[in-house]
Write a protein that binds this ligand. Structure first.
Ligand SMILES: C[S@@+](CC[C@H](N)C(=O)[O-])C[C@H]1O[C@@H](n2cnc3c(N)ncnc32)[C@H](O)[C@@H]1O
Length: 256
């Protein structure tokens, strides 16, 4: 086995471990089997070999996540009914992992050229859940300055967290934001750790930059963002879809 092959299998296994810890049993299982497939020089190695051998992936460029997002994109486009039947994001069920793996491997085999090309896209997971941590800091700055806020983000991607004030946050004792927002965060805070929801805030400016901005108001942009969410995490997908609705109403410039 080539050292690059061993390293690629290791990256998939490492990501499988993160998926286990972060509540994605489907991706954990597919990545574990994907690692074995790489070691056995199967279709997964065929599509990953160029990226893994080019030395571009030292772990930091998230090869495993780019791989899963590439396959997910094809599923979300409705072109692989067999794998879609195992992906909750496409209305499927994850009950028989062995069947899901068979369909996954077949998709990788049949769409190898396309997956190799999609793999060159960088990992751009937009996670609006991060706003639940950011909101506390923003409110404290608003209270300390009594001024409107300028929200500026490096690596903003689609800029979904730049619209944090359009989301609704709820803790045991209070809430902040528009009760009718399509993005609703419930029970995200433990004990007394909730942000100071009694503080109001207004936004004077929101703007970002990114190496490769995604426009969340286009079909292609929305597909890229949805592909990055793990296929069995429908709660995250629901939040993302809500944020995509907000993005249509609240324009933000993200400069390249
Ligand atoms: C994982 S995404 C996070 C997107 C967003 N901040 C969020 O939390 O939802 C990381 C983003 O950082 C961008 N990025 C990486 N290196 C960068 C750089 N040197 N300058 C600007 N953007 C960068 C990537 O293109 C990618 O869109």
């Amino acid at each position: 086995m080539q050292p690059e092959q061993r390293a690629a299998a290791e990256l998939l296994r490492e990501q499988a471990g993160w998926c286990r810890q972060l509540g994605s049993p489907l991706y954990e299982a597919l990545l574990e089997r994907g690692a074995e497939d790489v070691e056995g020089a199967g279709p997964c190695w065929d599509v990953l070999a160029d990226e893994a051998s080019g030395g571009s992936d030292k772990g930091g460029s998230a090869l495993a996540l780019r791989f899963m997002a590439s396959v997910h994109r094809i599923v979300l486009e409705g072109r692989t009914p067999s794998l879609a039947s195992h992906y909750p994001s496409a209305g499927g069920h994850t009950d028989v992992v062995a069947d899901a793996w068979r369909s996954f491997r077949q998709v990788v085999e049949e769409h190898g050229g396309e997956i190799r090309s999609l793999l060159r896209r960088r990992c751009q997971t937009n996670e609006v859940g991060r706003s639940t941590a950011l909101v506390g800091g923003f409110l404290l700055v608003a209270a300390a300055t009594s001024l409107p806020l300028r929200i500026l983000e490096i690596g903003a991607s689609a800029g979904l967290n730049l619209r944090w004030d359009r989301y609704r946050y709820r803790s045991r004792d209070g809430a902040w934001g528009d009760p009718a927002s399509p993005v609703q965060f419930d029970d995200m805070y433990e004990g007394d750790a909730a942000p100071p929801f009694e503080i109001p805030a207004t936004i004077a400016e929101r703007s970002g930059c990114d190496l490769d901005p995604i426009d969340p108001t286009t079909e292609d942009g929305r597909l890229s963002l949805r592909s990055s969410v793990w296929a069995d995490q429908v709660g995250r997908l629901r939040l993302l879809d809500g944020a995509l609705r907000v993005a249509r109403e609240v324009p933000v410039q993200v400069e390249r």
